[in-house]
Design a protein around this ligand. Structure first.
Ligand SMILES: Cc1ncc(COP(=O)(O)O)c(C=O)c1O
Length: 304
């Protein structure tokens, strides 16, 4: 069980987490008609009165866009102001994962997105490493990543996570840590909740935004960092056999940060990952507020 932060944002206010309850008839609970965000809040390692949010503007924008994909409006400023109030109320003293959520709060029966009440809430959990920083084993899932023509994949739409859940459980029950999903065109798409990168001959390769991926914020940050570090990056379809001859493979995500892949199916990889290591060190320094040239990626929330 996670350690929940003591307060939730619920009904427009910060209230004790255990008082933030919803009806069993809530529309989103039955139809998956919600969308969420996932953002890390890190106590500043050198100033306990300050909380650091990584790329809060991007997270807030993606959630506002996700709301639009569910045909409701949730302005970026509304999300941002609530996040700040939420962080100030909770004063997290260890790394936390914040989960803002927009959903159909209506109690009506018909699956629909028109003429329906929606609401917005936030809760948070303490979260260290979501996946082992030493690396994970992956299987290639028997489940296929959904297509954008059947579900808006550019938002973190709750209902879409049935596929992630099936793939993750299939992987774990068959002895692996994670799942890699292919898209309906037979190209690699992403993991259950992370984007995929491979390195071949000093070239960093990741499936493009046309490969039915979630447009990850860590992914785009890694691409930008790699380019400024002089690495060549290609966004293009990745074939299954490329995995087995890659020099390095890693996953990126807010929860997973940068996590190396140490095995896929029965193939074990080299433990030397110089490119991933460089990117990881840089990203960690930025998220901890130690890189002045990337200060624009950090939102500092004062608690005093
Ligand atoms: C399906 C999926 N893909 C990729 C990611 C990585 O995205 P981000 O780096 O924005 O957290 C996530 C996590 O948010 C996800 O749920």
């Amino acid at each position: 069980m996670h350690q929940f932060l003591p307060y939730a944002w619920f009904g427009g206010y910060c209230v004790p987490f255990h008082e933030s309850t919803i009806s069993i008839a809530t529309h989103a609970l039955h139809y998956g008609t919600g969308a969420f965000g996932g953002m890390r809040a890190l106590p500043n390692p050198v100033d306990s009165n300050e909380i650091l949010l990584f790329r809060a503007d991007r997270h807030v924008r993606r959630l506002s866009q996700s709301a639009r994909l569910l045909l409701t409006e949730l302005p970026e400023a509304t999300i941002f102001d609530a996040m700040v109030a939420f962080v100030k109320a909770n004063r997290p003293s260890s790394p936390a994962y914040l989960r803002p959520f927009v959903y159909t709060s209506d109690l009506g029966l018909a699956p629909r997105l028109h003429d329906i009440e929606t609401d917005f809430l936030i809760y948070g959990v303490e979260l260290g490493d979501y996946l082992s920083p030493e690396g994970v084993s992956c299987r290639i899932s028997s489940w296929t990543r959904q297509e954008d023509r059947s579900l808006p994949l550019r938002g973190k739409i709750s209902g879409a996570y049935i596929t992630s859940s099936l793939a993750k459980t299939e992987a774990v029950k068959s002895g692996f840590d994670e799942a890699l999903l292919m898209n309906s065109r037979g190209k690699l798409s992403e993991a259950s909740g992370m984007n995929l990168f491979i390195v071949r001959d000093n070239l960093l390769i990741t499936p493009g935004v046309d490969q039915d991926i979630l447009e990850g914020i860590t992914r785009s940050s890694v691409i930008e960092l790699a380019e400024t570090m002089g690495l060549k990056v290609m966004e293009r379809p990745i074939d299954k056999t490329e995995l087995f001859i890659a020099d390095e493979i890693f996953l990126t995500g807010t929860a997973a940060k940068i996590t190396p892949v140490r095995r896929i199916e029965s193939t074990t990889f080299n433990r030397e990952r110089p490119i991933m290591q460089k990117l990881k060190e840089k990203l960690t320094a930025i998220t901890e507020g130690r890189v002045s040239s990337y200060e624009h990626w950090i939102t500092r929330i004062r608690l005093d």
